[in-house]
Design a protein around this ligand. Structure first.
Ligand SMILES: [Zn+2]
Length: 451
């Protein structure tokens, strides 16, 4: 049995029963959290000194396209309906070879781990079965817990998007699942549905049926752009043909344009929402759905979305999402001719959206998302003795607003240390670095992207 004890940390468990402990210990056996308390007596355990650290659950990124990592930093001035669809989905994605999927996925996953994210939903556009296989290999080799999302291939935008009547490649999905995901405890499968915004109703429903047959989460980009009525006929259609199909196994990415009534309906049905505030603000998706989800009694989750545009760091999303929501709430008070005498959602709220709510959205709340005996040990340690984080009066505020990825000292996934003393332990970071850079250069060159 492998045994690790994290000693003397400020434990922010996010579990209401465990609470917050000063000088707390977390005991991990074979990747499972078995005990949390003070002064635990154990023998034969590897000790991790957590004094002057906040110990908390790893972040859960509920929506990211990891394979875009080697083309990071090209989409920072792009809009969704202008450049992104044309350049990314209509051009670059089609140029990916299986090895590009691997290298983007690998370095994307390593960035996740380095920045404290221990689980991500990786929304993939595999051009072939082999592309999908290499994308999954990358997640495995990086050591990230992941929901691999088999989306439409990226080789032919006209075939797979807009009025597409071609269903997801079922044979490939099944083969990849059987071959690489089914028996892996750290991986699960989702299907990346086009949904009624991007394919015909029959296809949207058939894709959903396939997801349900495979017991896979169905995640769908929806309500994320203001479709001109000349392009989309009737314009706003809400959930369209999926209206009566929503459930806890449906995850809505973005959802900016849904009405309060439709969001209420989705929340009542148990569907989850992934908000990616930074990219949504930039690309013209519209105002994040956060407020409507909270109003409906739900909790949104955070995602990075396209790391071709913004940093893969989840901490940024939990900060931006929180402050953006407060801005809207404050403005509403001001417009009611009142002074703002309290802020709306709290630092703890946004931290929960970045952890346990993400886990719930991905169907993993029994396994991860809080530090709870019985759950898997996906844990991060954030330094509080740095001149930029000390003196740590409020651990939650230190985590949310005062720390950045450079303060994330140690990260464990499934009890395995993947970052120690501020450095990733995976030799791929240096060994694969040159290939990663070359992959990015080739893609940009061949795509003819002018930067
Ligand atoms: Zn997306």
């Amino acid at each position: 049995m492998s045994r690790t004890i994290i000693r003397n940390g400020t434990v922010v468990s996010l579990d209401p029963e465990v609470g917050q402990l000063d000088d707390g210990d977390v005991l991990v056996e074979d990747g499972e959290i078995v005990e949390i308390g003070r002064g635990l007596t154990v023998s034969g355990a590897e000790e991790i000194d957590a004094s002057n650290h906040v110990v908390l659950p790893g972040f859960v990124d509920s929506h990211i396209h990891l394979a875009q990592t080697q083309v990071r930093g090209i989409a920072g001035d792009w809009s969704l309906m202008g450049e992104y669809f044309d350049h990314m989905l209509g051009n670059i994605t089609g140029l990916y070879r299986p090895e590009d999927m691997y290298l983007g996925g690998l370095f994307g996953a390593l960035e996740k781990l380095a920045t404290g994210t221990t689980t991500a939903l990786d929304w993939s556009y595999p051009n072939s079965l082999e592309h999908g296989e290499r994308a999954v290999d990358a997640l495995n080799d990086a050591g990230l817990r992941a929901v691999y999302t088999y989306g439409p291939p990226g080789d032919d935008a006209a075939k797979w998007w807009f009025e597409s009547d071609v269903g997801l490649p079922e044979g490939n999905v099944r083969e990849l699942y059987d071959e690489k995901i089914r028996d892996d405890d750290r991986l699960s499968l989702a299907l990346g549905l086009r949904g009624p915004d991007f394919c015909v109703d029959e296809t949207a429903l058939a894709d959903l049926e396939l997801a349900r047959e495979l017991d896979a989460l169905a995640t769908i980009h929806m309500g994320a752009a203001l479709w001109p009525s000349s392009v989309y006929g009737e314009g706003y259609q809400g959930f369209g043909c999926l209206e009566d199909e929503l459930g806890p196994d449906v995850n809505v990415a973005h959802g900016n344009h849904f009405s309060q009534e439709d969001v209420q309906h989705a929340v009542d049905a148990g569907a989850s929402f992934s908000s990616t505030p930074e990219v949504e603000m930039q690309m013209g998706h519209g105002i994040p759905v956060t407020d409507k989800v909270i109003e409906a009694g739900g909790r949104p989750t955070w995602g990075v979305d396209v790391c071709s545009s913004v940093s893969g760091d989840m901490g940024s999303q939990m900060r931006i999402g929180l402050q953006l929501q407060r801005m809207f709430d404050n403005q509403e008070v001001l417009e009611g001719d009142k002074e703002v005498s309290e802020v709306s959602i709290s630092c703890r709220d946004t931290l929960e959206m970045a952890t346990v709510e993400g886990a719930r959205a991905l169907g993993l709340e029994d396994e991860i998302g809080t530090l709870t005996p019985g759950k898997r040990a996906d844990i991060q340690l954030i330094r509080t003795d740095d001149f930029m984080t000390a003196p740590n009066h409020s651990p939650v505020q230190t985590v949310v607003f005062q720390s950045d990825p450079s303060h994330i000292d140690t990260v464990l996934v499934d009890g395995e240390v993947v970052k120690r003393d501020g450095e990733l332990t995976n030799p791929a970071v240096t060994e694969e670095f040159d290939r990663f850079v070359q992959s990015g250069r080739r893609l940009i060159d061949e795509a003819g992207i002018d930067l």
